[in-house]
Design a protein around this ligand. Structure first.
Ligand code: URA
Length: 187
């Protein structure tokens, strides 16, 4: 019987791709093991690599604020990434790195079994929803993938670079809140 803890143990010892050689820590992911909502980012950055925890830098602080704004606490949701080790200089993960790593995310999704999956940014959306996903055009749209309601919104780091993205991202978060309330009523 696999549990999140057993998968995490495998993941912490992983050397399936070259990112293992440059990492400080594996960032497995964290949160409520029975979360209704799972947020998926791209991969650890500098702070995450140092601390071994997802979204703990400035982008993470913004994510926390946006969660709080829709009455969610970080501890209530589950937060993970497409790749678990930091790509050097925060470059996008390579196809080979994603292929080697995504099995861990599949296990996380299977074991947490959320109702809602939110992709943060284009890399997460392209690996989960559609490889041709265009974040500016396709964000905010709900798709049903199997038993999951899935939506992508801007990565919080993108909001820090471009103020104009904050309003549409806020609309997306309000939509997440609505979907969450709607699903809560059907449980
Ligand atoms: N950006 C991500 O995509 N993931 C993190 O964990 C931190 C920053």
């Amino acid at each position: 019987m696999y549990t999140l803890e057993t998968i995490k143990k495998y993941c912490l010892n992983c050397s399936k791709c070259s990112l293992h050689a440059t990492r400080t820590n594996v960032v497995f992911g964290e949160g409520n093991p029975n979360a209704t909502i799972m947020f998926i980012g791209e991969g650890p950055g500098y702070n995450e690599d140092i601390q071994g925890r997802p979204f703990v830098g400035v982008a993470g602080q913004l994510l926390d604020k946006m969660l709080n704004a829709i009455d969610l606490k970080r501890e209530e949701v589950y937060i993970a990434n497409i790749v678990k080790c930091r790509p050097p200089n925060n470059r996008n993960p390579l196809l080979e790195e994603v292929r080697n790593c995504i099995e861990y995310l599949r296990w996380q999704v299977k074991l947490v079994n959320p109702k809602i999956i939110i992709c943060l940014g284009a890399v997460a959306a392209q690996n989960i929803i559609d490889q041709d996903f265009k974040i500016t055009k396709d964000r905010g749209i709900w798709v049903e993938l199997g038993k999951f309601y899935v939506m992508a919104t801007y990565h919080p780091a993108a909001l820090l670079r471009d103020e104009n993205k904050k309003r549409p991202a806020w609309e997306d978060f309000k939509s997440i809140k609505r979907k969450y309330e709607e699903l809560k009523c059907t449980i």
